[in-house]
Design a binder for this molecule. Structure first.
Ligand code: FES
Length: 244
């Protein structure tokens, strides 16, 4: 009797473990690290400039200028500035008073005044613009206002040449008085004789003035003006007073 030997399964050879290197590992640069190298280093931050507070004197000066500009804004004829196109046709016009009547040398009282629009357009909005307001004055008796002739009258722009407030005629003091900064103008020629308007150099120290005429019925007419400082003046700016 033969005995068969039992075969043993063959085991695969076992690989010896890879020895762990003890050398230091040099890391290879990644893509992010490569990109990071191309970015320039940030610049050092500059310190912000130190803002000094405005000195009190300068602050008051700038506040005064701003206040002055704001005070004249209501008097600026924005309507004209935004809508005016071309040259207005100006011709001799009768002076129309607030009551709707034309001014007449036979009825206009001595030493009195009345405001009227010039040049009159017939449009109530435009005719009420401050830069279109003039004041007709009949001189007091001592300045010849009782004579029934056109030399007894004056017509000045109502805009003060200082900062554009509206002045008023004073029958008591027989001069033109601005309520804003107390400038005073002479009634006979519109020259500023007191206040800040009087300190301005010509032609900025006299009111623009219209030339007047009279028709055969006594109605007062405004002759077509020359809007120039050497002519009838520039409204809000001034006029050279001609020496006689
Ligand atoms: S606006 Fe200043 S004095 Fe008339």
């Amino acid at each position: 009797m033969s005995e068969e030997k039992e075969e043993k399964p063959i085991k695969p050879p076992v690989k010896p473990p890879t020895p762990i290197s003890t050398k230091p590992v040099t890391p290879t640069p990644t893509t992010i690290q490569k990109i990071a190298k191309t970015i320039p280093p940030p610049k050092p931050v500059q310190p912000l400039p130190i803002v000094k507070p405005l000195p009190r004197r300068d602050f008051i000066k700038y506040a005064s200028i701003a206040g002055g500009i704001l005070s004249i804004i209501p008097f600026i004829p924005f309507g004209s500035f935004f809508t005016y196109r071309g040259v207005l046709k100006e011709e001799a016009q009768k002076i129309i008073l607030a009551d709707g009547n034309f001014a007449n040398i036979k009825t206009f009282p001595v030493n009195s005044s009345a405001t009227f629009p010039y040049p009159r357009t017939g449009d109530p909005v435009r005719d009420s613009e401050p830069f279109r307001q003039f004041v007709l004055i009949r001189l007091p008796k001592e300045l010849g206002g009782d004579r029934e002739e056109i030399s007894s009258f004056r017509a000045y722009s109502n805009i003060c040449v200082h900062l554009w407030c509206l002045w008023r005629y004073s029958p008591q003091y027989k001069n033109l008085q601005c309520p804003c900064h107390a400038s005073i103008y002479r009634v006979e020629d519109g020259l500023a004789i007191k206040g800040p308007a009087a300190l301005q150099t010509p032609p900025q120290n006299a009111l623009p003035m219209l030339e007047l005429d009279v028709d055969d019925k006594g109605f007062i007419l405004v002759k077509p003006p020359v809007w120039d400082v050497n002519g009838n003046g520039v409204v809000g700016f001034g006029r050279y007073i001609k020496r006689k």
